[in-house]
Design a protein around this ligand. Structure first.
Ligand SMILES: Cc1cc2nc3c(=O)[nH]c(=O)nc-3n(C[C@H](O)[C@H](O)[C@H](O)COP(=O)(O)OP(=O)(O)OC[C@H]3O[C@@H](n4cnc5c(N)ncnc54)[C@H](O)[C@@H]3O)c2cc1C
Length: 299
């Protein structure tokens, strides 16, 4: 017979780790399952975090490391695994991983975050890992002294452009509208860099090259570039909750103020949840609330 956990947390980003910290401090049996052996979710991909209270300017990977260290130093239990199935039977949850491990729990905190939206244009799939990238912080170093293009107009696109401008010769930022969605401070920072050029009102059509990327063709022009960084938004990882939770129009999960879904005992936290602001500070807040109420109501 499987051990019955009080709380099973799936996803080890800021939301999941905050849930684990509050669960451990609540003195109950908790376990967190995380797929990626490195880092702490999306924040580990960013170079600098300027808006997490008390840690101004901290590197994203270091911030994630502190969350992991904090949770494990309190005795938080983390197992590696990719969760592929979640079901509720009678009054408890059954969670399965791709390795066939099965976990049972009284409550479940779902913190699987989001994944990158694709451009879905010719050449994107072919050149993935050969010039097409979704993470400037991870791959900038491969484009030293080269020309690259970033596609997108939000905070991620502009922050990618800034990171790339430190190493690359030239950075184009391609955006389909005539104004960026990104924060003004980020846009201003990029505008001051001589090697960043904004290209507005144009839509990428295809990525061309031979063994690796050579150019990107848009609806209005062709730009020579060795790298194309795609930053056109995120899609919530809500796919494992079919039938268990309601989703909004953009497939984010609807919860009440206590982070609980329509299924009693199922809590959803972080970027995968339907809410206005998706940041570390709101992710860790969600995690704290979910564990607190999970313990209060079910453990
Ligand atoms: C480039 C970039 C820069 C950013 N900069 C900032 C910033 O400066 N300040 C700020 O506050 N926020 C920033 N953010 C946003 C911030 O990173 C997110 O709001 C935060 O990481 C959300 O945390 P989360 O735990 O909900 O999700 P995530 O961080 O996405 O974590 C989800 C976790 O679930 C795991 N997972 C997914 N599927 C499975 C599965 N099937 N089984 C097991 N595990 C799984 C993933 O590996 C991941 O570790 C930035 C985001 C990006 C992409």
């Amino acid at each position: 017979m499987n051990k019955m956990y009080d709380i099973l947390i799936v996803g080890g980003g800021p939301a999941g780790l905050s849930s684990l910290i509050y669960a451990v401090r609540g003195g109950i049996e908790a376990l967190l399952i995380e797929d990626n052996p490195y880092g702490c979710g999306q924040i580990s991909l960013t170079e600098q975090v300027d808006n997490y209270p008390g840690l101004n300017g901290i590197n994203g990977f270091d911030l994630g490391d502190r969350f992991i260290e904090h949770a494990t130093s309190l005795g938080g239990n983390i197992k590696k695994g990719k969760v592929v199935k979640i079901a509720k039977e009678d009054d408890h949850f059954i969670t399965e991983t791709d390795k066939g491990d099965v976990y049972e729990s009284k409550t479940l905190i779902y913190a699987l975050g989001t994944h990158h939206r694709l451009l879905n244009i010719e050449g994107e799939e072919k050149f993935k890992g050969h010039g097409v990238s979704y993470c400037a912080t991870c791959d900038a170093t491969f484009f030293k002294d080269k020309t690259v293009a970033v596609v997108g107009g939000g905070d991620t696109a502009l922050s990618d452009a800034f990171v790339l401008s430190k190493l690359s010769k030239k950075v184009y930022v391609i955006h389909r509208r005539d104004v960026f969605r990104a924060s003004k401070s980020l846009v201003d920072k990029c505008a001051l860099k001589d090697n960043i050029e904004f290209v507005f009102n144009t839509v990428p059509l295809r990525i061309e090259g031979d063994k690796s990327v050579k150019r990107i063709v848009t609806s209005t022009l062709t730009l020579d570039a060795s790298g194309v960084f795609v930053a056109v938004g995120e899609i919530p990882n809500s796919m494992l909750l079919e039938g268990l939770a309601d989703l909004d129009n953009s497939s984010h999960v609807i919860t009440n103020e206590d982070m609980e879904t329509k299924t009693p005992g199922l809590f959803v936290v972080g970027d995968v949840r339907s809410k206005r602001l998706r940041q570390v500070v709101t992710a860790v807040s969600d995690g704290a609330i979910a564990s607190t109420y999970a313990i209060e109501k079910y453990c």
